[in-house]
Design a protein around this ligand. Structure first.
Ligand code: BEZ
Length: 212
């Protein structure tokens, strides 16, 4: 099944390097990042999971839990975690789903047969506390993902969920933001954005980033 933005992230129960996981229950009321990698004991995947482990504090600040997935069994994940910790100078601090029966891979459309018949692609889903899918990406096996970009998108989602703003190209936390085009009432704009705004065009109005 392909997953689209706004869909409820499918729930499942599966084994992992940290025991059996009931996904929605495991997420609780936090944000989640579910990401698949092609296989254990492969170089790019080793760097991706190592980097993700190093983002622990950044995830905690944003109330985010991470969970990885491949079709390798639990014993493989556990051995590989030793390699990740050793080579990436970190300690893996999130579960890796052992989707040997491909239950989750099928639910989330993670095997793309025209790319590879048996291995999962590098997909990633950001899931909000209402269990809605808010970001999907899929990268080829040969390209490691930029997890700082995932943090940037989560910053944007969390900001734009609570203010009538959107974030422009290459925005970073603290930069100017865009007032949403649907907000036209000048009194409401003044009340929501007391620091003012500048209109580059009537539809492109920039304002200092509101407090989160
Ligand atoms: C890797 O993680 O290095 C990798 C995995 C599958 C294909 C190519 C590279």
């Amino acid at each position: 099944m392909s997953i689209r933005l706004g869909d409820i992230a499918p729930d499942f129960e599966q084994d992992s390097s940290e025991g059996r996981i009931r996904f929605h229950e495991w997420l609780g009321d936090q944000w989640g990042i579910l990401f698949s990698h092609p296989a254990d004991f492969t170089p790019v995947c080793t760097t991706e999971l190592g980097f993700t482990a190093k983002l622990k504090d950044e995830f905690a600040k944003r109330n985010v839990k991470a969970i990885a997935l491949s079709v390798d069994p639990v014993e493989s994940h556990v051995k590989w975690i030793g390699d990740i910790n050793e080579t990436q100078n970190t300690a893996v601090n999130f579960p890796i789903l052992a989707d040997a029966d491909r239950k989750v891979s099928e639910l989330y459309d993670l095997i793309h047969p025209n790319a590879n018949d048996t291995l999962t692609v590098r997909s990633l889903f950001v899931i909000d506390p209402n269990k809605k899918v808010r970001l999907t990406i899929t990268y080829p096996a040969s390209t490691g993902r930029n997890f700082n970009e995932i943090l940037r998108v989560i910053d944007s989602l969390q900001l734009t969920d609570s203010h009538k703003v959107a974030t422009p190209a290459n925005w970073q936390d603290g930069d100017e933001v865009v007032i949403v085009p649907s907000l036209k009432d000048e009194d409401e704009i003044k009340q929501r954005f007391p620091k003012g705004y500048r209109a580059v065009k009537p539809y492109l109005r920039l304002t200092p980033q509101p407090n989160k």
